[in-house]
Design a protein around this ligand. Structure first.
Ligand code: 8OZ
Length: 364
């Protein structure tokens, strides 16, 4: 579309979004028994349905994929049924919603896996913490995945993508960012494999590309996106200096798959945008479809980057927590509310569905 208004519609391969503002995926640790999305999730997401696109909190593709307590899954009939309530509520308000699918890999804890080690490309522990047993703990020592286990991981993503469609989602975002399994495979500092999944730029990208290809084949490339965070230290990621080449290759391959979008965390996730030098424009140039920009955006920066043609859509994370009506506030200039950090992770409705919309008069 040639329209470059942040508040105007945007068409991703036939899926029309009401505007170019995206709700970024946000982990809130409120899943219930059986890791079904919380009973409040339908209300929470539908309150935010005026976003052009909602991307859900990261959602496990399997039991092995879990790394934090009370994060939801999409691999059981109960989880599919509970997510259906969420997608119905969002669609009833005219919104669009993709589910973000993840496998955490080494960012996990033995207590979430009956005492067994989390899995990773290589047996290298991440320097990071997870939320487990109602507190923060160092992540556990992982074990390296056997080559024979890798097709099973691809299959878990494929099945979860099929489940996403059964649950009424408009599409799927593959979580390839923030130090989780697919990101771990991309980095020399986490992946020292000597098989087809390590040792070169092409080999390190293989799992992400295989997963994305399987998802795209299952649900249609036009319904699949991928999130990347080339230079973020999130999840204990350690940079090697070859990120520009590694991610350039990844994006070229994703372009070849014809997927709907890449969603790029620019800089350190939730931190400085200039955490490390990186040419994001070079990624945008290599990808013909939609580029979603994320991290540290405010309204002015989004408007200027849009007018410069640097991105198509802009994902806002923490602003959407305390401002369910973020799009209206941006349009009308109503000041943004600040979130309460104490209610970010875990708990119930408080700090989740009780942030009010600002009352904006019809002619504002
Ligand atoms: C914050 C807390 C736990 C998980 C990510 C899924 O960084 C997350 C996450 C964020 O992508």
């Amino acid at each position: 579309m040639t329209d470059t208004d942040l508040f105007g519609p945007y068409d991703i391969d036939g899926l029309v979004l009401a505007n170019r503002i995206v709700m970024a995926p946000l982990t809130r640790n409120r899943a219930g028994a059986g890791l079904v999305p919380s009973p409040f999730a339908a209300e929470y997401y539908s309150q935010r349905a005026s976003a052009g696109l909602i991307i859900t909190e990261a959602t496990q593709v399997s039991r092995q994929a879990q790394g934090y307590q009370d994060t939801p899954g999409l691999y059981t009939p109960e989880q599919i049924a509970a997510w259906r309530k969420v997608t119905d509520a969002v669609h009833a308000k005219g919104g669009r919603i993709f589910v973000q699918l993840w496998h955490v890999g080494r960012v996990s804890h033995v207590d979430l896996h009956d005492g067994e080690a989390p899995v990773a490309p290589s047996a290298i522990r991440a320097e990071t913490k997870t939320f487990v047993n109602n507190g923060f703990a160092d992540v556990s020592e992982p074990r390296a995945l056997e080559a024979e286990e890798i097709p099973g991981i691809v299959e878990d993503f494929r099945k979860a993508a099929a489940n996403a469609i059964a649950a009424g989602f408009d599409g799927v975002e593959v979580h390839g960012a923030n130090g989780y399994l697919l990101d771990q495979f991309l980095r020399e500092t986490a992946n020292v494999r000597t098989d087809a999944y390590g040792g070169s730029i092409e080999n390190r990208a293989r799992l992400l590309i295989e997963v994305t290809a399987a998802v795209a084949k299952e649900i249609g490339a036009e319904r699949a996106g991928v999130r990347l965070s080339p230079v973020s230290p999130a999840g204990g990621s350690v940079l090697s200096g070859n990120e520009q080449a590694q991610y350039g290759y990844v994006v070229e391959k994703l372009d070849g798959l014809g997927i709907a979008y890449i969603h790029v965390v620019e800089g350190a996730t939730g931190g400085p945008r200039d955490a490390a030098p990186f040419d994001y424009d070079a990624l945008r140039q290599r990808f013909r479809n939609t580029y979603i920009a994320n991290n540290g955006y405010e309204l002015d920066l989004a408007k200027s980057r849009l007018s410069e043609g640097k991105a198509d859509l802009f994902a806002f994370g923490h602003h959407f927590i305390a401002n369910p009506d973020l799009v209206d506030r941006f349009k009308s200039g109503v000041p943004l509310a600040q979130l309460n950090p104490a209610t970010l992770y875990g708990g119930g409705a408080q700090g989740y569905t009780d942030y009010p919309a600002a009352i904006v008069s019809a002619d504002a």
